[in-house]
Every structure is written in structure tokens, then in C-alpha cells.
Design a protein around this ligand. Structure first.
Ligand SMILES: [Zn+2]
Length: 73
């Protein structure tokens, strides 16, 4: 029986030899709880979830850190 994803990632994140605030950031990224525009729009905090840097698509964690063409500079 496969273990839930949390059971596999949690020890890697929380036992890492990095500052605690980086562990918290990694956990929030893993759980998709960072304040990206998609998550803020889902909570009705902002109206638009479009990436303000490139205006090409929605700003989720993947777009923010990996696929945004203007976020890579
Ligand atoms: Zn973008």
C-alpha cells in the first residue's frame, strides 16, 4: 500500500538542515498554501488571478517559480 504524499515529503522538509523559516516556506509551497494570486482569488481577497508580471496566465506556484517567462531573470 502506497504511503500518502505527506508521509514521504514531511520528513524531508522538516529534517532538512536549513533555517526554520525556509522549512516553513517549503512546506507551504508543497501544500500549495503560498499567497499566490490563484490562492488569494480563491479566498476572494483579490479579483484577478492573472500573473501581473507577464499577464499570460494565472499565477499559481508552478507559474510563479518555474514557468513565468519574466520571473526567471
Ligand atoms: Zn507570469
Amino acid at each position: 500500500m502506497a504511503r500518502p504524499e505527506n508521509d514521504l515529503m514531511a520528513p524531508l522538509i522538516w529534517s532538512a538542515k536549513v533555517p526554520h523559516k525556509l522549512k516553513i516556506f517549503a512546506w507551504l509551497l508543497f501544500k500549495d498554501r503560498l499567497n499566490t494570486r490563484v490562492n488569494l482569488a480563491r479566498k476572494h481577497i483579490i479579483d484577478s488571478d492573472i500573473c501581473p508580471q507577464c499577464a499570460m496566465t494565472t499565477e499559481d506556484s508552478n507559474h510563479l517559480f518555474i514557468t513565468c517567462p519574466l520571473g526567471q531573470s
